[in-house]
Design a protein around this ligand. Structure first.
Ligand code: HEC
Length: 217
């Protein structure tokens, strides 16, 4: 036992000048130890992370749509834009916090420039774009990132119905003038109009730390 302690001690000491790397090594060792104690394989953890991604994205989607519907019924569509614009992030934070994950949406036809994809996200978006164009079935993906410390879960977001088109459809047809005016004011570079039902709107992108998954297994 003492030997194990000293090995851990030395490795922490050796890497302590490396700033962020030190934390990384400690997390790595902590996760490895937990995996051994619980007898977990890498494949089991990936499967579990996939289950997390599926249920977290579904929960975020449900909360978003129900709050959006409520805002539309209370304030009309132009009023709901401002609500949606301010409220999406707190919803994602609230849903993600209990799991220790980071939730966002990414799109090449983004409305909010903050939803532009990273290089890594871009690869998955392109796969979904290809699949939608070719009528292939859409399945979620999970990838190890950050030297295996985290998983990136992605899932396509397709326009399911008319509700979305009142803000993402054709201006003058599905998007009324009043709504268009508010959208133009808030999002001068909006690329998220002109959609049809069945179009790819973007994707969920959820970063899941491996240690959070292992902790709860
Ligand atoms: C009331 C208007 C409104 C409706 C209805 C609406 N959206 Fe949006 N949507 C927005 C706004 C505004 C944003 C930008 C939010 C922000 O600033 O974070 C947005 C952003 C998004 C994004 C993030 C990517 C991006 O473009 O920035 C996705 C994905 C999305 N909407 C999908 C949908 C889907 C799917 C539906 C139907 C279930 C829907 N929206 C219905 C107004 C709406």
């Amino acid at each position: 036992m003492r030997k194990i302690f000293s090995i851990v001690g030395i490795s922490v000491f050796l890497s302590s000048c490396g700033g962020g790397e030190r934390v990384s090594k400690e997390v790595f060792e902590e996760v490895n130890e937990a995996m051994e104690i619980k007898k977990l394989s890498e494949a089991e953890i990936i499967d579990e992370a996939m289950v997390w991604g599926d249920s977290i994205s579904m929960e975020a989607q449900q909360q978003l749509v129900s709050q959006l519907q409520q805002a539309i019924s209370e304030k009309g569509i132009p009023g709901a834009i401002e609500f949606c614009n301010v409220q999406a992030l707190p919803i994602f934070e609230k849903v993600g916090k209990p799991y220790g994950v980071e939730i966002r949406r990414a799109s090449n036809r983004y409305r909010n420039p903050a939803d532009q994809p990273s290089d890594m996200e871009q690869r998955y978006l392109e796969t979904y774009e290809y699949d939608v164009e070719n009528g292939n079935p859409l399945s979620p993906n999970i990838q190890k990132i950050n030297e295996g410390e985290e998983f990136l879960y992605t899932k396509a977001i397709v326009i399911p119905g008319g509700l979305c088109l009142s803000c993402h459809g054709e201006p003058g047809k599905e998007i009324n003038d009043e709504t268009l005016k508010v959208l133009e004011e808030l999002y001068p570079e909006d690329k998220a109009k002109g959609h049809k039902i069945g179009d790819l709107r973007g994707m969920w992108s959820i970063r899941i730390p491996k240690k959070e998954v292992v902790k709860r297994m």
